[in-house]
Design a binder for this molecule. Structure first.
Ligand SMILES: Cc1cc2nc3c(=O)[nH]c(=O)nc-3n(C[C@H](O)[C@H](O)[C@H](O)COP(=O)(O)OP(=O)(O)OC[C@H]3O[C@@H](n4cnc5c(N)ncnc54)[C@H](O)[C@@H]3O)c2cc1C
Length: 406
């Protein structure tokens, strides 16, 4: 069978497949994924607060019979010169598949800490199965230690407090979340966690986990000992690129793609999308960056599908370069952090509004002007900033179709 093969059935892969169809592709579309499509943002939120029964399916624009689904299947090997790959299904059988075009959407997996100690009680969080397992353990009084104070660590801290757990967050940072959202918002959110009863050990790292058959204590670099029944390691992620190695692609950090999301280093029709893709965004210059946010994955997926149709039809992608305003959100308690743009590019932050309840709007700029607007509980006001970024690029109007569902 040829046609287009999409590897990874997360939001990027699914949106790519949908956009292939809506852009008029009539050939076979095969979606291979080792996991069923889920609404991943719920994994660190509702999937923990609502218990272990929910399934949180991904909202589909088009699904079912439009594609050949190969779920529960893992791609192990790629041969770009032969335009073929090999996957293993859930029964353990191997199948080789040829393709005219390949969309790579295999995403990331959690990084694990190289720390000695028992494995039992030690968690990471990305899949529904991991969330269901953790949710089952989050009982009133359970002592949960979270290593890492990024979005996932902080969201799980809020969810675990809602379940009545005793929560300690260990972080190398001095202000949780500050590297992603800036110090002002980092401090507002941290203060709220403290008010809700979360303990922090900041500018600290983990030396070892102790316990006989399961974790009982976490020992920090300064010798502090934290009694723990569970540990969640929320210390970032690493790209799922092993199956792409040896094919001439640049896998130094995800996979490098050009401004039209075409993989660099091959003449085959290979398009990149989602967390794994390192690519320029024309609104923010020529530097290639990876973005690990839901709307970015959806937007790059939708673009990759459209671009693939052009490439297979005419041998060229006659589309404007990818230029969509990046955005993300994070929900902790009743605080909704929302961002449009790239806050980490800012050299300056200006507080436009800051209220006693923590709601705020902050403008982030570089030497050329606004690079991001970020705030808490001010989503409609922040959304108006999107036009400011679009005007950085002459081909405007390319705004996310997958705006967050709030
Ligand atoms: C817990 C959590 C909470 C989040 N919350 C938010 C949020 O509130 N707001 C926000 O903006 N973003 C959030 N994000 C980020 C957002 O969910 C991701 O950016 C997005 O899901 C990335 O989509 P993707 O399709 O690129 O990758 P993924 O969703 O990871 O999908 C890739 C799929 O490919 C599969 N795969 C990998 N290798 C292979 C292979 N060899 N063969 C077959 N299949 C393979 C993977 O198992 C996976 O199912 C969150 C992420 C996590 C982990």
């Amino acid at each position: 069978m040829s046609g287009v093969v999409v590897v990874g059935a997360g939001i990027a892969g699914v949106r790519a497949a949908e956009s292939l169809r809506t852009s008029g592709y009539l050939g076979d579309i095969t979606l291979i994924g080792d996991e069923a499509p889920i609404y991943r943002p719920s994994i660190s939120k509702e999937a923990l607060t609502e218990g272990s029964q929910g399934t949180y399916p991904m909202p589909m624009k088009q699904g079912g019979p439009a594609f050949n689904w190969r779920l529960g299947s893992t791609v192990h090997q790629l041969d770009l010169s032969a335009q073929a790959l090999t996957y293993q299904d859930s029964a353990g059988d191997f199948t080789q598949l040829e393709f005219d075009g390949l969309v790579v959407a295999s995403g990331m997996r959690p990084r694990r800490l190289p720390v000695a100690g028992p494995e039992k009680g030690r968690y990471v969080l990305r899949t529904l199965a991991q969330a269901q397992d953790l949710a089952h353990q989050l009982q009133p009084g359970t002592r949960l230690t979270i290593v890492g104070s990024g979005f996932i660590g902080c969201e799980v801290a809020a969810a675990a407090r809602a379940r009545g757990c005793a929560v300690t967050v260990i972080s190398a940072a001095s202000v949780p979340l500050a590297s992603a959202v800036g110090v002002t918002i980092g401090q507002i959110v941290t203060q709220r966690h403290i008010t809700e009863g979360v303990h922090f050990a900041l500018e600290r790292s983990v030396r070892e986990y102790r316990g006989d058959s399961a974790i009982r204590e976490v020992v920090l670099d300064d010798g502090q000992v934290i009694g723990s029944d569970l540990v969640l390691e929320a210390v970032g992620s690493q790209p799922n690129v092993e199956w792409l190695e040896g094919q001439g692609l640049d896998t130094a950090d995800g996979v490098l793609a050009d401004g039209q999301l075409r993989a660099v280093g091959t003449s085959a029709a290979v398009l990149m999308c989602g967390d794994l893709a390192r690519h320029p965004n024309a609104l923010f210059g020529s530097q290639a960056r990876r973005v690990e946010h839901w709307t970015a994955a959806a937007d790059t997926g939708a673009y990759a599908g459209r671009a693939m149709v052009r490439l297979l039809e005419s041998g060229a992608i006659d589309l404007p370069d990818f230029a969509v305003v990046p955005s993300f959100w994070s929900d902790q308690y009743d605080l909704q952090i929302q961002s449009f743009g790239f806050p980490h590019l800012a050299t300056e932050q200006q507080v436009i509004e800051l209220n006693a309840d923590g709601s705020c709007i902050i403008e982030c700029s570089d030497s050329q002007g606004l690079v991001a607007a970020i705030g808490i509980n001010r989503t409609p006001e922040l959304a108006r900033y999107r036009k400011s970024f679009s005007s950085r690029y002459e081909s405007t109007g390319l705004l996310s179709e997958d705006a967050q569902p709030h």
